[in-house]
Design a protein around this ligand. Structure first.
Ligand code: ADP
Length: 163
C-alpha cells in the first residue's frame, strides 16, 4: 500500500488568517492529511498563546477530519519525521517571501532530502493579508473580520471580552 501523503504546514499563525485558510483549502486535494504545526521558539512570545492560536484553527476545521492542529518546539524536519510527513507546505506572497523561504527550504533539504517543501502562490486577493497586519489592527481594537475566517473572528471577539 502506498504511504499516506502527509504535509506539515508550519508557521506562527499569530493569529490564523484568510491567507492561511486559502492555502490550506488549495493544498488539501494534494495530500491525504495536513497538519498545521504551530512552531514555538523561546525567543518569540507572540500576541496569542500557542494554545489559543490552536483553538482558533481547530474551530475553522472542526468539520474537516483531514486537517489536524498541533504545537511543536523542534526543528521542522524533526517534527515532520515524527509524523512521517514528507511534505512541508509554505505560501509565497512576494519576492521577499521567496528569498526567505528559499533559504529555509534549501536548509531543510540539506537536513533531510526525503522531505520536500511545496510552495503555493498566494491568491492575489489575499496576498496583502498577514498575521502582523491583523495584530496591528487588533491593537487598536478595530474589526478584522475581512482578514480572518469567520470562526476566528468569532473566537477573537470572545477572547477580547475576556482579556
Ligand atoms: P512564519 O512566522 O513561519 O512566517 P506565518 O504564520 O506568518 O508564519 O506564515 C505561515 C505560512 O503561511 C508562510 O509560508 C507564509 O508565507 C504563509 N502565508 C501567510 N500569509 C499568507 C497569505 N496571505 N497568502 C498565502 N500564504 C500566506
Amino acid at each position: 500500500m502506498e504511504a499516506k501523503r502527509i504535509a506539515v504546514f508550519p508557521g506562527s499563525f499569530d493569529p490564523f488568517t484568510k491567507g492561511h485558510a486559502n492555502l490550506i483549502d488549495r493544498a488539501l486535494p494534494l495530500f491525504d492529511r495536513l497538519v498545521v504545526g504551530i512552531g514555538i521558539n523561546g525567543g518569540k512570545r507572540g500576541l496569542f498563546p500557542p494554545e489559543v492560536r490552536k483553538a482558533f484553527i481547530q474551530e475553522v476545521y472542526r468539520d474537516e477530519p483531514r486537517v489536524a492542529v498541533d504545537i511543536f518546539a523542534s526543528l521542522t524536519v524533526d517534527y515532520c519525521r515524527k509524523l512521517n510527513a514528507r511534505f512541508i507546505l509554505r505560501g509565497l506572497r512576494s519576492a521577499i517571501d521567496w528569498e526567505y523561504e528559499k533559504s529555509i527550504a534549501v536548509t531543510n533539504r540539506c537536513l533531510d532530502s526525503g522531505i520536500e517543501t511545496v510552495f503555493l502562490a498566494a491568491d492575489p486577493a489575499l496576498e496583502c493579508v498577514s498575521s502582523s497586519m491583523v495584530r496591528d489592527i487588533l491593537k487598536y481594537r478595530q474589526d478584522v473580520s475581512d482578514f480572518v475566517p469567520e470562526a476566528v473572528a468569532q473566537k477573537l471577539r470572545e477572547y477580547q471580552l475576556n482579556y
